[in-house]
Design a protein. Structure first.
Length: 310
């Protein structure tokens, strides 16, 4: 039995667990009351109300789906119960990491060490990357001769700026106009006609291309929910050179799974620029009906045989 740790609002997990059927126990950790957990000197057990159960002797693989939703502190005892349940699940992950790390397909500890700057430095060994700087004193920068954008590092909404709370998408800026005293990620603006996103599944690359001419701004995420963002991506065959560069980058980052964001100067994607890796992001919208092989590749990745945790 495989284990998917996620939250109730995760649409990608909905599609994935449908394909996995009875092979998976899905834990929506903010709904912690719906699960039984037991950890003792001999191992662990997690089960749901439908009778699905994972133990240290029956565990296949674990997919950590970035379960962001939590429980509000205003819920008092329920918030406390959630914190205790989360600590228990984290302890299970820790034991699997020590005993059988290959079973953690997406490891939260690894993700914490794969920050944006590490990604850019690593990718620059194999791919073209934009110039960038993270600074709280933009007034001191030497910005002449290039165009720039400002990006969010954390990608978090700004509280009380909505509703809904606003997100800072990628924006073209003159860095000299940015206020000192605030941390800014400033990156060279790359004028390219295509967005390229690549779903990387254990060494296999699935590329998808989007024409930027139809976007309302620089950041394609601003179009999410529109027909363009939802269905404008088309599969593309990557050159052997680009695929090797992507595999080498992911190997250096010690990641087996992720969605890479790049820009492409040509429709054949031979001239590309690396932007970032989302090591645990959404990807199912690119292959909802399974025609492009991504969903099947992820299912195979999750269900690959490993020995049980001792």
């Amino acid at each position: 039995m495989h284990l998917v740790i996620t939250s109730a609002e995760d649409a990608t997990a909905h599609l994935l667990c449908e394909r996995l059927g009875g092979q998976v126990l899905r834990v929506n950790w903010e709904a912690w009351e719906q699960y039984d957990i037991e950890i003792d000197a001999h191992g662990f057990r997690l089960s749901d109300r439908y009778g699905r159960e994972v133990t240290n002797t029956t565990l296949g693989n674990i997919l950590w789906r970035k379960p962001v939703p939590s429980v509000s502190r205003t819920q008092g005892e329920r918030w406390y119960g959630f914190q205790e349940f989360r600590a228990g699940v984290t302890a299970i992950l820790g034991e699997v990491r020590r005993q059988a790390p290959e079973k953690l397909l997406v490891d939260p500890e690894r993700l914490a060490r794969t920050d944006r700057f590490h990604q850019l430095r690593t990718a620059s060994r194999h791919l073209t990357t934009p110039n960038w700087v993270y600074t709280s004193t933009p007034s001191r920068g030497n910005w002449c001769g290039r165009r720039w954008v400002v990006k969010s590092m954390a990608g978090q909404p700004i509280p009380y700026s909505g509703p809904p709370d606003r997100v800072m998408f990628t924006r073209a800026v003159d860095p000299g106009d940015l206020a000192d005293g605030w941390p800014w990620l400033v990156q060279e603006l790359i004028d390219a006609p295509y967005d390229l996103t690549v779903v990387y599944v254990n060494g296999v690359c699935f590329g998808f291309l989007l024409e930027r001419a139809f976007l309302p701004g620089l950041d394609w995420r601003e179009a999410i929910g529109t027909q363009l963002a939802d269905s404008g991506w088309r599969p593309v065959t990557l050159s052997a050179g680009v695929e090797k560069a992507l595999r080498d980058t992911m190997a250096d980052l010690e990641l087996r799974f992720g969605r890479l964001d790049l820009l492409a100067h040509d429709a054949d994607c031979r001239d590309v620029v690396f932007l970032e890796v989302n090591a645990n992001g959404q990807w199912a919208w690119l292959d909802i009906d399974g025609r492009h092989g991504v969903m099947e590749a992820v299912v195979r990745f999750i269900t690959a045989s490993n020995d049980p945790v001792a």
